[in-house]
Design a protein around this ligand. Sequence first.
Ligand SMILES: Nc1nc2c(ncn2[C@@H]2O[C@H](COP(=O)(O)OP(=O)(O)OP(=O)(O)O)[C@@H](O)[C@H]2O)c(=O)[nH]1
Ligand SMILES: [Mg+2]
Length: 297
Amino acid sequence: MSDPFRSGFVAVMGRPNVGKSSIINRLVGEKVFIVSDKAQTTRDKALGIMTGKNYQVVFVDTPGLHTPRTRLGEFMVEAAESAKEGVDAILCVVDATFIGKGDREVMEQLGREKCPKILVVNKTDLASPEKLMPVLQELDVSRFDQVVSVSALKGNNMETLKRLIVSLMPEGPRYFPEDMITDRPERVMCAEIVREKALRNLKDEIPHGIGVEMLKMEAVSDNMYEIHATIYCEKASHKSVIIGKQGAMIGKIGRDARLDMEKLLGRKVNLKLWVKVRENWRDRKEDLKTLGYTMGE
Ligand SMILES: Nc1nc2c(ncn2[C@@H]2O[C@H](COP(=O)(O)OP(=O)(O)OP(=O)(O)O)[C@@H](O)[C@H]2O)c(=O)[nH]1
Ligand SMILES: [Mg+2]
């Protein structure tokens, strides 16, 4: 008898910046989601799909759980909370270098869920076993079915995590075509790429106030896309930093983004970016809607 086909949905949750999106990218084997060292990189939930011969695991990436200070923050936390509804398993991710009060609260909250739960201790490449052991011994992991330490960056122990997740999945169908790695349309992925490059190139408070609106994405020939997008920021002073001296910063963001888009789309890209100020857009319903941050109304 051959092994049964296993499939299911797995919510990946935790505090901001612990490595949730990095873990999914590693498991799927492709860069599905944007990643940066700024907290609150992920703003909406989305699917990352890992398919093998005998399994398909559909990961739900989520924004980091935090106390919201803006309407966008409220949307993000709501999106994250709603991700655990009806899933077959939950990964609760913590950062090995720092497990704080917020992480303990998330662990307690997710610990109450009925489905199988794995506590994933990520970034072990940054914490020696001598440092990690006492931290783990102090944690209340009694409500978790398994605890797995990994490094999404280096790939350490990711194969063990993958096998464990697959073993927890019920028998089931292949929900998505085997070559599909996400439910995000290419247009949204391209907007996310621009946001990632802005997050990575900018410092301080500016990244949190950035939003990207796609204006145009058109195949102008067999090997060329024309893509136009606007980067929104919250203050005139931020706009000048994003543009940079003689356009150096926006040029760098555009170049970095174009390379990733060309990889994603398999065609040349002519990318044009604009920068606009929209004060307090993160608290304005209409602006949030324009940028795609709305729950089913
Ligand atoms: N050293 C190290 N860095 C990691 C590891 N995993 C992720 N990172 C880094 O941690 C930062 C945050 O990673 P993300 O994957 O964006 O984290 P996230 O939990 O999705 O963050 P939000 O979307 O903001 O909630 C990035 O700079 C990653 O490169 C790891 O295993 N080791
Ligand atoms: Mg993320």
